[in-house]
Design a protein around this ligand. Structure first.
Ligand code: GLP
Length: 250
């Protein structure tokens, strides 16, 4: 497979986020029913704030854009302050004027016995929308994508996954005094690779090692993000700090 890796380095995460938001808005203007795959976490916060600002101040119209979120904790109530459903609703979907009927997240409340069917339906909904046009991603400090932790096979689809210890540890302060869920439902690596285009955002020194491993380390399941080297259209959007461990690609 040929890979055309594009690496963009910005002075700050704010500058990177503004650029991505403006480009997403231009894409949605050209293709109102654009299908976006979206992540949660601290990384996309500034991007989502700018997408909301563009909607409120400059008339960016997200109302027909379809959104499929990458992952959700399981089990978790969508009203919980810790749920990705609530994060998306508050940070982007409601203030950005998205249509709730066109935005989808894996369910944190589906019964254990119905999880597999729910995941298959999530994949079917993505396919029915014509597939994801632009998949935006953050990256974990251990190289995870969504909740595809190290060891995840490249053939994985949306499924229930057990969270890595480091993932739960990093989430612990924000969950305190509640425990971090042990599981999540995540799009798989094959689901991510199906996207036509991928934008990976990584900001800050704490991501430098994962970025270097993904771009320059061995390609394999030890670093889930290394799978992106098998995709023909990946754009890495980095701030200076996140490039600190890169050698060849700098
Ligand atoms: C979380 C999420 C991912 C996210 C990543 C990085 O656990 N499951 O979707 O991209 O870890 O999070 P952050 O952007 O907060 O560093």
């Amino acid at each position: 497979m040929t890979s055309a890796v594009q690496i963009e380095v910005y002075a700050t995460s704010a500058a990177a986020s503004l650029t991505c938001a403006a480009e997403a808005a231009a894409r949605a203007a050209a293709e109102p029913e654009l299908v976006l795959g979206l992540p949660t976490g601290s990384t996309p916060r500034q991007l989502y704030a700018e997408m909301v600002r563009l909607h409120r101040a400059e008339g960016a119209d997200w109302s027909r854009v379809r959104v499929f979120n990458l992952d959700e904790y399981w089990p978790i109530d969508p009203g919980s302050v810790h749920s990705f459903a609530r994060f998306m609703r508050e940070q982007l979907l409601e203030p950005g004027g998205f249509d709730p009927a066109r935005t989808f997240l894996p369910s944190g409340t589906v019964e254990r016995g119905a999880v597999d069917r729910h995941c298959a339906e999530y994949e079917a909904a993505i396919a029915a929308a014509g597939g994801i046009r632009i998949q935006l991603l953050g990256i974990g400090v251990n190289g995870h994508l969504g909740f595809n932790e190290p060891g995840s096979s490249w053939s994985t689809r949306t499924r229930l996954v057990e969270l890595a210890e480091v993932t739960r540890r990093r989430a612990a302060p924000s969950f305190f005094p509640d425990p971090v869920p042990t599981h999540g439902i995540s799009m798989g690596l094959a689901t991510v690779l199906d996207a036509e285009e991928i934008w990976v955002l990584a900001f800050g020194a704490e991501k430098a090692e994962a970025v270097a491993a993904a771009l320059e380390g061995p390609v394999g399941v030890a670093c889930p993000a290394s799978v992106l080297r098998a995709h023909p259209r990946v754009r890495w959007v980095l701030d200076e700090a996140a490039t600190a461990r890169l050698t060849r690609s700098r």
